[in-house]
Write a protein that binds this ligand. Structure first.
Ligand code: NAD
Ligand code: UDP
Length: 323
């Protein structure tokens, strides 16, 4: 396929060796762009991008975004940050630094280059919400001093920085609030519910439900999410977000466990463990803004997405160290 050189961009993806970042890079390369992937491999792995090793338009840089970065690019997607509670609570000070110093460094880079910058924010900015489903206008209910705060408040502060750079320096920003996303290349041991339940089911181990399993989440398949990222990045300059990206289909954690057991034909039993501190009781995105402004809505059902994710973990099972 012949491509116009003008339409090819050099795009920086921070956190590109992670779960979502690696799928985003696949999509950007397929569109003909050049990609620089920056990652410190805290939770991401070379395995997620090993298929790109010899790709002529792909470049990998080991770098920690809490330090300044000097590259020349046309667009920036800032995804670098551990995303699962197990990982972001492992070194909470580094998590806050990654969100806040990382945002300052990437915004500084975008300011020098006068380029668009996308921020992977999160539904966690709504905390344990009193408004359901959550529209972007809702300011949230977040504990500033709890075990999840390094992530929640770090991401909130990053949003503040994005909007201040926009107002103060006229920077073109694109802020997405991502709700629970799943799919192939999730870290098998990062404690997130979809990967946990699938790996436990496939290994015939007990399925660990925290609390009574009545808490809800809305699960978006990664391909749908990446489609939303790209639409947001391409949107008109006055579209800053924040904009919710997620699948509004809402399921209790117990329902999810039962689906995974049925799909894998597993004999695993359900075990009920203590609910972690500040675990939100319910979460469902209001995506009317994304639908109106970006013409975006998810197309992949939970059943279909889970099937693909189960297939991925089935292939990987022999090499996983199961604990
Ligand atoms: P992930 O842990 O798989 O990916 C994060 C990547 O960032 C990893 O490759 C990690 O090594 C890298 N990283 C972490 N700290 C870094 C640093 N200081 N410098 C450079 N690289 C660093 O997680 P993911 O699920 O792919 O999440 C990607 C982004 O999307 C994150 O910013 C996360 O907060 C956000 N997000 C994800 C979800 C979800 O459900 N997956 C939901 C809301 C928001
Ligand atoms: N959860 C669970 N068992 C697990 C892992 C998670 O019951 O093995 C629950 C967790 O308490 C939360 C929900 O599943 O209520 C989603 O957890 P996850 O860590 O995936 O995402 P987040 O809490 O950040 O939405």
């Amino acid at each position: 396929m012949v491509r116009l050189y003008d339409s090819r961009k050099r795009i920086l993806v921070t956190g590109g060796a992670g779960f979502i970042g690696s799928h985003l890079i696949d999509r950007l390369l397929a569109q003909g762009h050049e990609v620089i992937c920056v990652d410190n491999f805290f939770t991401g792995t070379k395995r997620n991008i090993e298929h790109l090793h010899a790709h002529p338009r792909f470049e990998l840089m080991r770098h920690d975004v809490t330090f300044p970065l000097y590259v020349e690019v046309d667009e920036i997607y800032n995804l670098a940050c551990p995303a699962s509670p197990v990982h972001y609570q492992h070194d909470p000070v580094q998590t806050t630094k990654t969100s806040v110093h990382g945002a300052i460094n990437m915004l500084g880079l975008a300011k020098r280059l006068r380029c668009r910058i996308f921020q992977a924010s999160t539904s966690e900015v709504y905390g344990d919400p009193y408004v359901h489903p959550q529209p972007e206008e809702y300011w949230g209910n977040v504990n500033p001093i709890g075990p999840r705060s390094c992530y929640d408040e770090g991401k909130r502060c990053a949003e503040t920085l994005f909007f201040d750079y926009h107002r103060q320096h006229n920077l073109e920003i694109k802020v997405a609030r991502i709700f629970n996303t799943y799919g192939p290349r999730m870290h098998h041991a990062d404690g997130r519910v979809v990967s946990n339940f699938i790996v436990q089911s496939l290994a015939g181990k007990p399925i660990t439900i925290f609390g009574d399993g009545t808490q809800t989440r809305s699960f978006c398949y990664v391909d749908d999410l990446v489609d939303g990222f790209i639409r947001l990045m391409k949107s008109e300059p006055d579209v800053t977000g924040p904009i919710n990206l997620g699948n509004p289909g809402e399921f209790s954690i117990r329902e999810l466990a039962e689906k995974v057991i049925a799909m894998t034909g597993s004999k695993s039993e359900l075990v009920f463990l203590d609910l972690p501190a500040d675990d939100p009781k319910q979460r469902q995105p209001d995506i009317s803004r994304a639908t109106r402004i970006l013409g975006w809505e998810p197309t992949i059902s939970l059943d279909k997405g889970l099937k693909r994710t189960v297939e991925y973990f089935e292939q990987r099972l022999p090499e996983l160290e199961l604990t």
